[in-house]
Design a protein around this ligand. Sequence first.
Ligand SMILES: Cc1ncc(COP(=O)(O)O)c(C=O)c1O
Length: 386
Amino acid sequence: MKPASRAVHSGRELEARTPLAPDISPAAVHVYTDLDDYDAVARGERPGHFYGRNSNANRDMLERAVADLEGAEAGVATASGMAALHAAILALAPRPATIVASRELYGGTLALLRQDFEPAGYEVNFLDLLDLDGLRRAVDGAGLVLAETITNPLCRVPDLEALASMARSRGVPLIVDNTFASPILCRPIGLGAAVVMHSATKYIGGHSDLVAGVIVGSASVMTAARTRSVRTGTTLGPFDAWLALRGLRTLDVRMRRHSDNGLALARAMRTMPGVTRVHHPLLEDSPSFPVARRLLLWGAGGMMSFDLEGGRAAVQRMMTRFRLVSFAASLGGVETTISYPEITSHRSLSAEERSVLGVGPGTVRVSVGIEDADDIIADFSQALAG
Ligand SMILES: Cc1ncc(COP(=O)(O)O)c(C=O)c1O
């Protein structure tokens, strides 16, 4: 089946009298009448659920659906994207090791590496993933490589194929945060990644109404991640799992509209007053254009950013004039939102660190929604007009 069909059907097998939409199973615990049966289920030798932290029918469906879409053997769904990433890192590098990571990581990931992994003895080598020579040197002797399909907020696309083959040939596993692209636009397992991670809070859920994370990879790595997530109690609850699966069903159609609208807004924005630079990987003058054309299947999703003359005051002025667009520090929902990296995703960085990355006081990130493109463009035009 093609990805659009998998998005609609994966994770469930329908039989006669099965409800077409899944029931929600909120039970914290299941009843048993036979000790041997319980023992077999608890050991994982027989299918079934016994305690909600260990497994749950709705979580199970979501895990199977995302694994299927990403082309992976298995998945683990967690209470947030950060919990998913934490479980994945510990599954692949359980002891202190050198982590080679993109210097443009999502701020929460940066904080996790700096404030939890570094004090625990891990060494993190932050690099520009577009510099393949630098990477080649750094990957030798590393325990793990961590990258994002599309970077935040400048929407650059590292060559994951080259990165994965470089890591693979040295026996170093690669984790890819595929949140911005979704499995509809890029499937990094096929490019050689060991684990793919999603903040399902974003495009997978798609409606800004849940917080969840999913990782997928080989059965053995997922077992290692699952046992950690179960021990630390970061597994996903049934209601959010149900909502995330419901969101996933429309992922393909949403990604098509997000991608069309994102590119249309990026193109229109280039001539709007006060805009000095537009960042979108499929603009011909983007440094990522050739790689994005090769690695992103038919679009770049709804993420883009731009630099506005006049810094914070100009951003505030635009915000107060919006009629349709909202300020909200998340992304991937059906509605168009902006965030301001200086005080949202990149607030844990110093002004100097942000400036090295190219994130300035006028940088605005846009999560372009699925409204009519004309309305989105018109709202930015009127908000930026003199
Ligand atoms: C690229 C990326 N990765 C991970 C996360 C963390 O996800 P969550 O908020 O679901 O923990 C986010 C959240 O903004 C994100 O944008």
